[in-house]
Design a protein around this ligand. Structure first.
Ligand code: NVA
Length: 371
């Protein structure tokens, strides 16, 4: 079916084919949620956010929205259709029969919640209690896509119970130390247990017939097995990056740019034993450039490696955050046209240019890149 801007079609099989329709998140009403097991394990021990919670300062929200609106306008000016989520009231607590938490998070990073595979958009289980209801922000869009595209499959993974049994207790301590965290990451001992399937959509990268999924804090082995059974026509590969003491979401660690080329975070290299399928098929995995910043912006969960959290518009064009000059230079050397996009002041709301988007339509079909 030919692409037409007027009517929704959901179709996206990889991270690089020409982008035609995308969702861009919003910073509106974003909260720093209260402590909970998964979050406590993730917030870096030296972070300025430990112990804080409540609504983020309004000026920072306004600035975040200004940048996200600017990014949406830039994409629209290039002919890409952009949809936005409808924020809910994130100050509301979440109470289920199994847990209670004092507030929610926000809807800036749609990539964490929505996984687009072909004509399907799948709502992830999520692994934080404060993000249990985040899918509601996207339901108006899902309803519209369902009405407009007869091929669209709207799926939701089983909502997890997120009781204390989902989290390893030894992670719930103020001071663990990076050395021990790295040892645990090497041993694949993460904060989430194998109580039930858990995954965040941002742990998944799409390579046509192959899905590459990070096993870490936000996605457990049962989550990966659930994805394997849910997508029986795909090959699902579990990967892990032992150099990362806080392994959540794959998109500041492993960034495919086009068929045959992937950037890998040099502090979180894919272990030799997991490179085989890429090497056998002639794919190059190159170290990403160093970030331009020594520390993340204030009240930000993510690392400085959001430098490599880029949005590929087509195999020759990539959006890179404007201040990430080393990453932009490397993209240029790799033959990509770079579109600089100012977003750093929105990082605190949940990530960079890849995180703050979710694919609706990219040209192309389901190719086999690893025959
Ligand atoms: N683990 C990541 C999250 C990036 C989206 C980080 O480097 O902070």
């Amino acid at each position: 079916m030919e692409w037409s801007a007027g009517r929704t079609q959901v179709n996206s099989w990889n991270e690089w084919d020409p982008l035609r329709h995308v969702i861009v998140g919003r910073a509106t009403d974003c909260h720093i949620p209260p402590n909970e097991p998964a979050l406590e394990a993730k917030v870096p021990e030296d972070s300025d956010m430990r112990g804080m919670w409540g609504k983020r300062p309004q000026e920072s929200i306004d600035r975040g929205n200004e940048l996200l609106d600017g990014f949406a306008a830039l994409l629209e000016a290039r002919g890409i259709r952009v949809d936005r989520p409808d924020p809910i009231d994130f100050s509301q607590p979440v109470t289920t029969p199994d847990f209670h938490t004092g507030s929610q998070f926000g809807c800036m990073p749609p990539r964490d919640v929505l996984l687009t595979v072909g004509h399907e958009m799948l709502e992830a289980t999520m692994s934080y209690r404060c993000r249990w209801f985040e899918y509601l922000c996207y339901r108006p869009l899902m309803q519209r896509y369902f009405e407009e595209d007869p091929r669209f499959r709207h799926e939701a993974a089983p909502k997890p119970r997120l009781t204390d049994a989902d989290y390893h207790k030894d992670y719930l301590s103020e001071k663990i130390g990076v050395e021990k965290r790295l040892q645990w990451a090497a041993d694949k001992h993460f904060v989430t247990t194998e109580e039930e399937p858990l995954f965040d959509a941002a742990d998944v990268l799409r390579f046509g017939r192959d899905l590459v999924v990070q096993h870490g804090f936000t996605t457990n082995q049962k989550g990966i097995e659930w994805l394997r059974r849910h997508f029986p026509d795909h090959r699902v590969h579990a990967v892990n990056f032992p150099g990362d003491p806080y392994p959540i979401h794959i998109d500041a660690t492993f960034t495919p740019l086009r068929p045959g080329l992937i950037l890998n975070n040099p502090q979180r290299r894919l272990p030799e034993g997991q490179r085989e399928m890429f090497h056998r098929n002639g794919w190059e995995i190159v170290d990403a450039a160093q970030p331009a910043h020594n520390s993340p912006p204030p009240l930000c969960y993510s690392s400085t490696w959001l430098s490599m959290n880029v949005l590929v518009l087509d195999p020759k064009t990539v959006c890179v955050e404007k201040s990430e000059v080393y990453q932009a230079e490397q993209m240029d050397r790799l033959g990509m046209e770079v579109i600089p996009v100012e977003l750093r002041d929105a990082y605190a709301f949940g990530g960079g240019l890849h995180c703050c988007t979710a694919d609706v339509y990219r040209e192309g079909g389901c190719e086999d890149y690893f025959p």
